[in-house]
Design a protein around this ligand. Structure first.
Ligand code: AHR
Length: 634
């Protein structure tokens, strides 16, 4: 006789929810996004420009990413250039091809907008084609007329037919004719963009970001704000106006930025996501160690920051507000906060307290309603607590790049945090399954696996439970071009190539939390939680956070099972009556499972109906999972 396996899992864990007791308010801006130019986040990423090295400035001696076609020649020409902002052109005989950012995205029935700044020693058209990289297939073609002896800005549209298969194996070719010389000063090609914005963003990536419902966007960095040197800081004033007049600048992550994603584009990106801008202003410290100490020498930088804030928020009577209006955005932007610098604990000269105080005083004097964030005073990811020797800032920015174990260990970090200190902005954080965020970048990642997603979710339960002290949080880095050689950071939230994109398991964990935030925490206790062990250390195997939406009478129960076995949980609800039917969203997979270009949804959340809900009910958590229960309550 065979014994049937026991089908009912023994309950060891009990979650007691007490809705009769008051919780704390959940910050309305708890979950947001952090962004900077890294891993080709904008150029070759979100910013939809398809031409790489469009102004021929990416290398001093070579027209990199361009090649001659049809037996012709190409050469950089510093004697001929259309604008002082771009002191070089490409001299072409025959024709030139551009390789794009690891190809061009070809889709059927799609219009591509071409802009050239060009001149020639003899009149005649330029033939533009989008074709396969070996030239054997032409996807779209157009003639650009009006090329003559003076520099002119010319446009054309290339349209693909219905019959082509989507591919990234494509290039842009400009055939200029064998018997004349053409100078190209600028070449740009855009596919359709999100909300059809001119100079706008990639549609697929915007869809992924909007689905996260971010409440704010921290920009422009990160290290990208600071630059390797003071001269290479984010040059916001030079990122405005026509793209062909933007000089671009060296990005600290090893390549040049076009600055096509300029200050106005960042702000409009926020607008498109219904997220508030969190503007980080350069504060006198660059990565190479250059420091401008507090005092008169810092004043020009303080003014630069005030002007930047004025550009974002000023009215028509202000210099920079009027400039924004001329640039095409009449209304002011509603800033979430201003952050002074980035990771200034690395400034070993100890100058940050003075620099912060000078910036804060000037910002508060002109914009008293704006929250000002300090980059020291919290704790950084090397475990150091940078002392705050100046007045209490509105928020302190803490960064954590930690192993999955250490991230789970930090799930209770804020339970005992000082409630009398400044609020916390966790401005960069991510679980890593690599030895260090920058190490092994070629071999690990490029996006997190399910093990990271579980650790991320465990940490987020702690952020949410303590949302009275943790006001804002954002994962970093956000974006990565997954082509070989494109990235500098090992583990990143969203991956893409020229044609397609995917969210990682951690992306889905973020999305699940952000979709079910609520406005108040619900006090609860967990009993009988099984433990997990590693290297003689012990952590709980299950993590939880419970919030409610008091306006819509919804209860959100988030449970993270870090164990490799199913866990039965008994729920006891006091102080409210749940409807009998709720819904359950589950993200589960093997710890090592990842998404990628070929399998973009190998790991993705599944929503199911949850029956039998009542004051006391049971549910089973999948192994290695993140679960959100959404219950209606009366
Ligand atoms: O997110 C990558 C980098 O990590 C950021 O630019 C920097 O702020 C941090 O050190």
């Amino acid at each position: 006789m065979f014994l049937l396996p026991l089908l009912v899992l023994q309950v060891s864990t009990r979650l007691n929810l007490d809705l009769a007791k008051p919780g704390v308010a959940v910050s309305p801006s708890l979950y947001g996004l952090m962004t900077e130019e890294i891993n080709h986040s904008y150029d070759g990423g979100l910013y939809a420009e398809l031409v790489r090295n469009r102004a021929f400035q990416d290398a001093a001696r070579m027209p990199v990413d361009w090649s001659a076609v049809d037996g012709g020649t190409i050469e950089l020409d510093r004697a001929e250039h259309p604008s002082p902002a771009r002191p070089v052109s490409l001299r072409v005989r025959g024709g030139a091809a551009n390789a794009g950012f690891w190809g061009y995205p070809m889709r059927p029935r799609t219009h591509y907008s071409l802009t050239l700044v060009a001149k020639a020693d003899a009149p005649g058209p330029i033939e533009a084609t989008l074709e396969s990289s070996d030239g054997s297939r032409v996807f779209a073609k157009a003639e650009v007329d009006g090329v003559g002896p003076a520099w002119r800005r010319l446009t054309a549209r290339l349209a693909t037919g219905a019959g082509i298969q989507p591919t990234a194996d494509a290039r842009l070719v400009l055939r200029t004719g064998a018997s004349r010389t053409v100078w190209l000063g600028f070449v740009s090609l855009f596919p359709p963009t999100y909300h059809h914005r001119l100079n706008g963003n990639r549609v697929d990536l915007m869809n992924l970001l909007v689905a996260m419902r971010p409440r704010f966007l921290r920009f422009p960095g990160g290290n990208y704000l600071e630059g390797g040197t003071i001269a290479e800081r984010f040059p916001w004033a030079h990122t405005l106006g026509p793209i062909e007049d933007r000089p671009g600048h060296q990005c600290p992550w090893g390549y040049r930025s076009t600055d096509g994603m300029g200050l106005l584009e960042f702000l409009e990106w926020c607008e498109d996501m219904h997220a508030k801008p969190l503007l980080a202003v350069y504060a006198g410290y660059s990565l190479g160690g250059q420091v401008v100490k507090a005092g008169p020498g810092l004043e020009p930088f303080v003014h630069e920051a005030l002007d930047e804030i004025e550009y974002a928020t000023g009215g028509p009577e202000t210099t920079w507000g009027a400039r924004r209006i001329r640039d095409g955005h009449p209304g002011p932007f509603d800033l979430a906060a201003v952050e002074v610098g980035n990771e200034d604990g690395f400034d070993r000269s100890g100058s940050y307290p003075g620099r912060f105080a000078q910036f804060e005083a000037a910002i508060k004097a002109k914009y008293p309603h704006l929250a000002v964030i300090s980059t020291t005073g919290g704790q950084d990811w090397l475990g150091q607590r940078f002392p705050m020797t100046h007045a209490k800032p509105d928020l302190v920015d803490e960064h954590y790049y930690a192993s999955t174990w250490d991230m789970m260990a930090m799930a209770d970090k804020y339970d005992a945090y000082d409630r009398k200190g400044p609020k916390v902005f966790v401005g960069e954080w991510a679980s890593q399954d690599v030895p260090a965020p920058w190490a092994d970048a070629a071999h690990k990642g490029p996006t997190p696996n399910m093990k990271c997603a579980v650790a991320d979710a465990a940490f987020m339960t702690g952020l949410e439970r303590n949302s009275d002290v943790v006001a804002m949080a954002c994962y970093a880095p956000l974006l990565v071009n997954v082509n070989p050689g494109a990235r500098q950071w090992a583990v990143n939230l969203i991956g893409y190539d020229a044609l397609t994109s995917f969210g990682s398991p951690s992306y889905y964990a973020q999305k699940m939390f952000s979709e079910s935030v609520g406005d108040q925490t619900v006090p609860f206790s967990l009993e009988g939680v099984p433990e997990q062990h590693q290297n003689g250390k012990t952590l709980p195997g299950i993590f939880a956070s419970v919030t409610r939406d008091t306006r819509h009478h919804q209860l959100f129960v988030k449970l993270v099972n870090a164990l490799q076995a199913e866990q039965a949980v008994e729920f006891r609800i006091n102080g409210a009556v749940p409807d009998a039917v709720g819904s359950q969203i589950t993200l589960t997979s093997d710890p090592s499972a990842m998404n990628d270009i070929a399998n973009p949804k190998r790991v993705a959340p599944a929503t199911s109906r949850l029956d039998g809900v009542g004051p006391v009910f049971r549910d089973t958590l999948a192994p290695n999972s993140v679960t959100v229960l959404r219950l209606a309550i009366r």
